[in-house]
Write a protein that binds this ligand. Structure first.
Ligand code: IPR
Ligand code: MG
Length: 135
């Protein structure tokens, strides 16, 4: 079987000093916490991907989208390899909904210094860079 490195996009949505995190289910990293996001599609811009994934997964609109960091994520147990683009954005409008209940258990607005555990591997790798979406 051919193996590919895929591109993931994680979106840290800032609202009232909090960010939106969800508890994953049904795919790699099940049971771990991460922001909304997903796979970059063929011919899609990074910004388009961030807007699309956030809308598909949570139903909210975002604005002021900025690429902040990149991690190289080797999910060895699951035999997957991603380059993850970590994006920050401001909340724009809409109410958070669990739009893909097969992919997420719940969404919560969380303070950066109080992140839930366990974290999804790309977020663990990001924290090694001392990333802070509010700086
Ligand atoms: P899909 O496309 O299923 O939403 O991908 P994913 O949730 O596995 O991608 C994860 C990106 C991260 C970093 C939030
Ligand atoms: Mg996703």
């Amino acid at each position: 079987m051919d193996k590919f490195v895929r591109v993931g996009v994680g979106v840290y949505i800032l609202k009232d000093n909090k960010i939106l995190f969800g508890k994953r289910k049904g795919s790699h990293g099940s049971g771990t916490w991460c922001p909304p996001g997903g796979h970059l599609e063929f011919n899609e811009s990074i910004e388009e991907c961030a807007i699309r994934e956030v809308m598909e997964e949570t139903g909210i609109k975002i604005k002021n989208i900025k690429l902040k960091s990149v991690t190289n994520d080797l999910h060895k147990n699951e035999d997957k390899h991603y380059i993850t683009l970590h994006i920050i954005a401001d909340y724009d409008s809409g109410e958070v909904k669990l739009k893909e209940p097969e992919k997420f258990e719940k969404w919560e607005w969380i303070e950066w210094n109080n992140l839930p555990k366990p974290l999804f591997l790309p977020i663990q790798n990001l924290l090694k860079q001392n990333f802070n979406p509010f700086e």
